[in-house]
Each structure stands twice: as C-alpha cells, then as structure tokens.
Design a binder for this molecule. Structure first.
Ligand code: ZN
Length: 509
C-alpha cells in the first residue's frame, strides 16, 4: 500500500503564492452511526493567477464536488490518494463544494470516537495537528493558508457541541459555532458528547471546563483549582501582552484516549483526561497540570494568533510556550518553584541530548524539514528543552522588558497571520541595541554545550570570583552572594545579586 502523499514545503510555498483562502463553511452530521459521519465543506478562495492546485481530503466516500457551480464528473476528477486536483483555475474568486462521508478514528487522529465503558456514553473530538484536518473535512491543509471557519454540527439528542467559537443550539436541533477569526486549518476543533461542564465567566468571556460524565465528581473536586490557575495565567498574559486574547471564549476539554498531553486549539484546548485526577496525587502532579494549562494558553498568542509559516519552526512555537508557561506559573500562581523543576528535569534532558552524536542545532535548517513527515523527527530534548533554555537565556541577555517589547512588536506585526524565526528575530532586534542576529547564530544554529567554571580566590577583606568559559556563546549570568543563616545551619540567606555579561567570543580569524 502506498503511503498517502505528504505535503512538501515546496508544494506549500507554491500553493500559498497562488491561493488566498477566505472562508470555510463546514457541516458535520454526527448522527450517522458508530463508523462514519457526514462532512460537507464549502471553501471560498481566490487565485492570484491562472493555474492548477489541489485540496486534501481522506473520505470514506466522496459523494460530489462542485466547483464554481458546476458539478464535477468524479470519473474525470478522481482523488489522487488524498488529493483532489483542481485544474485550469482562472485568476479570481472561486467556490468549491465537497460532500463526503468520513470515518471516525480510534487512534486519536482526525475525529476520535470513544464510548465510555463505565456508562456507555459516547464522545467524539478532533485532533487535527499537522495534517489530520483532511480526515474531518476537505481543506487546503497548510498553516499559512489561514481562513475564517464557520461550523454547523448535527449531534445526537443530549449532546453538547464545543468548538473554537461559542456554540449555540438552533431551533432545528443542530449546533452552530460563531465564525472564527483567521486561523490555520490544523487549529480547527470540535468536541461533542454528553459532557459534564463547569462554566463561568472571566473578563466578560465565557470560560468552561469539560469532561466525560463518569469523571464529573473528580472534575468538580478540582474545578476551583483549575479555574483559578486559568484565570491567574489569563490575567498575567494580559499584563505581558498588548494584544488582547484573540478569541471569543476559553474552553478546556479533558478528553479520553488523547495521544498528546494537550492541544492548543484556539478557544477550545483539549487535554488528556488523565489530568482529571481520580485519586490522591502529589503536588508535583498538580504543578504539571498547571504547567500544561499555562503552556497551552501561551499558544493562544504564540501559535494561534501568530502561527509558524512552516513546520521547521515548531521548536520555536513549543519553546516559547514552554518558557512562558514556566515563567507565568512562577509569577502568577502558588507554584513558584517551577524553574527548579525545569532545571532538574527538562534541562538535564537537553544537556544529555546535546552531548550525543545525534545532536543538532536548536533551529533546523529549513531544508532539513522538506515535508510534514520529517517535521516531527527532530522533536526531542534539543527542540523542546534546549530550545526553551536558550529562550530563557535570551530573555536574561536582553532583559525581560526589551524581550516583551519585541514580543509585542511581533504580535502587532503578524497577528492573524504567519511568521518565521527570521521574523521573530527581526521583531526582537527592533526592541534592543544588542545584536540579536549574532545571538541567534551562536545559540540556535550551533550544537553542543558551553561550560562555565567558577573559581573563587580570597584575600583579606576581598573575594574574587572568576568565570571561565569553554565555548564561544554570549552568556548573561547572575551571581548570588549568600550568608549562612545563623538560626538555621541548613539555610542560606541571599545578600546580593550581581549580573554580568560574558561576551561572545569572536570567531577565530
Ligand atoms: Zn505546546
């Protein structure tokens, strides 16, 4: 069996040059039984020149395709694996209507369907990251073809339908979600079933947390804690970011059999429902859940409002959310020691990966990510842990004020659009005198660790600290001077903090 065609970076670039996608109207019918659902999509788009392109879909059955009002003969316009060719388009506006039946998934990809063994209730939810949109509806499936999404869902009696935008039940029994702002295809989300929900409002926006009914008592027990962390992070991000929260609601659904930890769908974050704790847990586990809440919320700005252009920048997306998540939790919640955990667990993972022959630069060469299939291969201790550590060093090196100024410039420049690592560096460079390009070259385009060694010499009345560096990268380090606590022999008291720069070593002539 031939593998489905994966989208290459070259194909994505060509298609982005040709197309401007405006709007998707998607109708899903979830009342067709256990195996399949109906999916009807209308895509409005324009082409900038005459040309050929394709739309992706993986249907159980393709019933009809109508292009600009003309029903296509499916014998002549058949699917080529997961691609429907659209030939001889003329420059201008187009409307594509596709009527299909799709298959539910049992693997967490596309529209996952789960029946709870506890009570026999059924739930479905989407996970469309990277290239699984086409399992749910027909789409020009690449991150830089953002569009407005309007969704209507027909669901069994007694279900609630959640989506990116606020949903409302209509007179005919179907559910309609408010149109999204411009978002990427991989961020569209639906979760439907007889959810147990705890709803509230914060800063005028509806907030909700949801789980399957059989977990209701456990969610209720922790609802205050989860919502308190959500509100605290939300408020803190509003202090840091000038762009207000970009979507119309904030739902967090704890869903069954989820493959990842969580997914940052705008307005509808999905979490694995193992985060609804069913027995006594340690405070470290509570901190982990809080960390994931903070991480996913950071993506609402960095990832969802401003989205990577291609998958070579996943590391930046994840490192940013990782950095912001730890930092914001420390600042805004009772979990004030998150960076200690990061230093022990995450950073050690990065150090380890970076000293192996298999290490690679934090930022891959774009040529190293030629298609969606290769995008996940480099996703390891370097991309996540070293990437987030480097970003934290960047904040120390720039100063948090300039870093946030740069970030806010970045959001203002690229909101509801896409950006690359180079755009990110440009935005930071606009906020500082420092040479951010050189910093990026030495930290993100190289491999291996630098070693800093501290030695202290003492003379009467004077201490001298010397820092030796093996390596060439610039570092900003903070040195703390401590006194022994006379009341507690195990404790130290901070007397003073000194910040110092270790400048970049010029490249040998
Ligand atoms: Zn993330």
């Amino acid at each position: 069996m031939a593998p489905m065609s994966v989208l290459t970076r070259d194909e994505a670039q060509t298609r982005a040059k040709l197309l401007d996608v405006h709007r998707y109207q998607i109708e899903l019918d979830l009342t067709r039984g256990d195996e399949i659902f109906d999916s009807r999509t209308v895509i409005r788009f324009s082409t900038r020149a005459d040309g050929d392109t394709f739309v992706e879909l993986k249907p159980a059955e393709l019933r009809s395709v109508t292009l600009d009002g003309t029903l296509l003969d499916l014998d002549a316009h058949s699917l080529d694996e997961n691609r429907l060719p659209l030939k001889d388009l003329t420059a201008g506006e187009h409307e594509l209507r596709i009527d299909t039946t799709m298959r539910y998934s049992r693997t967490g990809e596309g529209m996952h369907r789960f029946t709870d063994p506890t009570d026999g209730e059924t739930y479905v939810y989407t996970q469309l990251f990277m290239d699984d949109v086409q399992r749910v509806f027909a789409a020009f499936d690449q991150p830089d073809l953002k569009a407005v999404f309007e969704l209507t869902v027909t669901a069994p009696e007694g279900w609630t339908v959640l989506a990116n935008g606020i949903t409302e039940r209509q007179d005919d029994g179907s559910w309609r979600a408010a149109a999204t702002p411009l978002i990427s295809t991989y961020l569209v989300a639906v979760a439907a079933g007889p959810w147990h929900s705890v709803r509230t409002e914060h800063r005028g926006l509806p907030f909700g947390i949801h789980c399957r009914r059989s977990l209701a008592p456990h969610l209720d027990t922790d609802a205050d804690e989860i919502l308190d962390i959500t509100r605290a992070c939300f408020d803190r991000y509003h202090e840091k970011f000038e762009e207000p929260y970009p979507f119309d609601s904030y739902d967090q659904a704890f869903v069954p059999e989820f493959n990842a930890g969580a997914m940052e769908n705008p307005g509808l974050v999905t979490f694995r429902d193992e985060f609804v704790y069913r027995s006594a847990v340690t405070d470290t586990e509570r901190q982990t859940r809080a960390m994931v809440i903070a991480h996913e919320m950071a993506h609402m700005w960095f990832g969802d409002l401003v989205t990577l252009r291609w998958w070579d920048d996943i590391w930046l997306n994840e490192s940013f959310a990782e950095y912001m998540g730890y930092q914001t939790l420390t600042e805004a919640t009772r979990f004030t020691d998150t960076w200690t955990d990061f230093g022990i667990v995450r950073k050690a993972w990065g150090y380890d990966a970076d000293q192996r022959p298999s290490t690679h630069p934090v930022a891959p060469d774009p040529e190293a990510v030629p298609d969606t299939a290769s995008a996940m291969l480099n996703f390891d201790g370097i991309s996540y842990a070293k990437g987030a550590s480097a970003l934290r060093q960047l904040v120390a090196w720039l100063g948090e004020k300039d870093f946030l100024t740069g970030i806010n410039t970045h959001f203002a420049r690229h909101k509801f659009a896409n950006a690359t690592l180079a755009d990110f560096i440009e935005s930071l460079a606009a906020a500082t005198e420092r040479d951010v390009h050189a910093w990026a070259d030495s930290w993100l385009r190289t491999t291996g660790v630098d070693t800093l060694t501290a030695s202290v010499t003492a003379q009467p009345g004077e201490w001298t600290l010397t820092l030796d560096r093996a390596g060439s990268r610039p570092h900003r380090v903070t040195v703390g001077v401590y006194d022994r606590d006379l009341n507690d022999s195990r404790a130290l008291l901070l007397r003073e903090r000194y910040e110092t720069d270790i400048p970049q070593q010029p490249a040998p002539e």
